[in-house]
Design a protein. Structure first.
Length: 95
């Protein structure tokens, strides 16, 4: 992933336009708040499949990234949802 995407992900996180963690992201997807879901490439295959299916059901785009935790300064985060359309578009267009 390019440094621009890391910057945009970090900005979205600091602006409060994200949901971090599996439970929060799943709830956000079901409530229609998520515009883009970012999954860390180290996520387990079963979790990856579960989120991919959920996003297919709710028409949410999914991107698999490798430096997700680095971008937001929280290495333990493997699932991050972007809730703002502008940030989602910036990240999708620069991926």
């Amino acid at each position: 992933m390019g440094s621009n995407n890391l910057t945009y992900i970090g900005l979205a996180y600091r602006a409060g336009k994200t949901l971090a963690g599996s439970a929060a992201c799943e709830k956000g997807i079901k409530r229609g708040k998520v515009r883009l879901l970012l999954l860390h490439e180290g996520l387990s295959p079963s979790s990856m499949q579960r989120f991919t299916r959920l996003c297919d059901m709710f028409n949410v785009r999914v991107l698999v990234v490798n430096d997700l935790g680095v971008a937001i300064g929280r290495e333990e985060i493997l699932v991050l949802a972007i809730t703002d359309q502008t940030f989602a578009d910036l990240i999708k267009n620069n991926y």
